[in-house]
Ligand binder design. Structure first.
Ligand code: SF4
Length: 339
């Protein structure tokens, strides 16, 4: 939004969605990199974006982390951290073969899906994974049983599936999907494969579900919804879709600089929320920018409180203890101060 387009509109209220922003898996992944930078010999490498947010990656790079796309860029005997999205066994094996010191920041809820894939593969199932091709998490999960896994993204994909035994089929889901779209996929799978097995509902994580639930509430109260997140963030993109499905225009923005005045031209209320890898300071920036431009008041709608925390990987805790460093306490999402 430029000064030239900053004429006050009738915008009266900013409605903040909650929960929003960092989840327990992202908090943990960032803590892992920060602690590794303190206690491990440098350089410390991180394979892929630790979480899908440029601001997070840049902040960690400024503290000394070296981000690489592949293990070939990591020298032998160095320390490498695997991202929150998880990795395939092939990557883990390669790191072991190379003698790299590995610290795994895979979110425990992604690991849970990997373990389910391993179990179903051992039991001889064909595994249908509902997810988005090329997302880091899906690449990692598919790698657990590449010759047994089939990827679908939409209910229409179900009819095209050709599995060896339709009576021996299991399903899993990516953790950051749309709750509603995934339900449609699972219903289509159940119709095609009546004996299909899987998690009781899906593998969509608590953070994804809670942020979508907040968007459903906020979208019903605003004229437009701004979702702060990266273009490659699955869960942030799903928040935009959830709002649009409810008829509320929604836009994904990386930060306050992406706000376009025309989106707000006829809006009395604007919703603001953030994907699970978006730092809270970006939310504060957007809110302050909107208030500065329009003088709107702020109200928060929080549909559920979150208190999920994950422990650090044992390998890192051991290194930290040997180095005499305290294990950091998990940080939670600070509530935005209402007026
Ligand atoms: S969005 Fe869910 S699965 Fe992904 S890191 Fe956060 S808690 Fe873990």
């Amino acid at each position: 939004m430029t000064e030239a387009t900053a004429n006050p509109t009738r915008l009266r209220e900013i409605v903040l969605g909650g929960p929003r922003g960092f989840c327990a898996g992202v908090d943990r992944a960032i803590d892992i990199v920060e602690l590794a930078l303190e206690v491990c010999p440098h350089p410390v490498y991180v394979r892929k974006e630790i979480v899908h947010n440029r601001h997070v990656v840049e902040a960690l790079r400024a503290k000394g982390a070296h981000f690489v796309d592949e293990l070939t860029e990591v020298p032998d005997d160095a320390t490498v951290i695997f991202s929150a999205h998880g990795i395939s066994p092939a990557v883990r094996d390669e790191a072991q073969r190379r003698g790299l010191r590995v610290i795994d920041a895979t979110c425990p809820l992604v690991t849970k899906v990997h373990l389910e894939a391993i179990r179903y593969a051992r039991e001889g199932y064909s595994i249908i994974l509902v997810g988005h091709a090329d997302h880091d998490e899906v690449v990692g999960t598919m790698g657990e049983a590449p010759d047994r896994m089939f990827l679908i993204a939409h209910p229409e994909d179900v009819d095209r599936l050709a599995v060896p035994d339709p009576d021996k089929v299991a399903y899993l889901t990516q953790t950051t999907l749309s709750v509603d779209d995934t339900r449609d996929c699972i219903e289509a799978l159940r119709r095609r494969f009546p004996k299909i097995v899987g998690p009781s509902r899906d593998d969509i994580c608590y953070a994804t579900q809670n942020r979508q639930a907040a968007v459903k509430t906020v979208a019903g109260e605003v004229d437009v919804l701004l979702v702060i997140g990266a273009a490659n963030s699955s869960n942030a993109n799903r928040l935009v879709e959830v709002s649009r499905v409810r008829g509320t225009p929604s836009y994904l923005i990386a930060d306050k600089n992406d706000i376009r005045a025309e989106w707000l031209a006829n809006a009395a209320r604007v919703g603001v929320t953030a994907g699970a890898s978006t730092p809270e300071f970006l939310v504060s920036d957007v809110v302050e920018e909107l208030r500065r431009r329009h003088g709107a008041r702020v109200r928060e709608v929080r549909v559920v409180e979150e208190d999920v925390r994950f422990g650090l990987p044992r390998e890192l805790e051991d290194i930290a203890r040997r180095a005499g460093k305290a294990i950091p306490a998990r940080s939670g999402l600070p509530a935005f101060k209402e007026e």
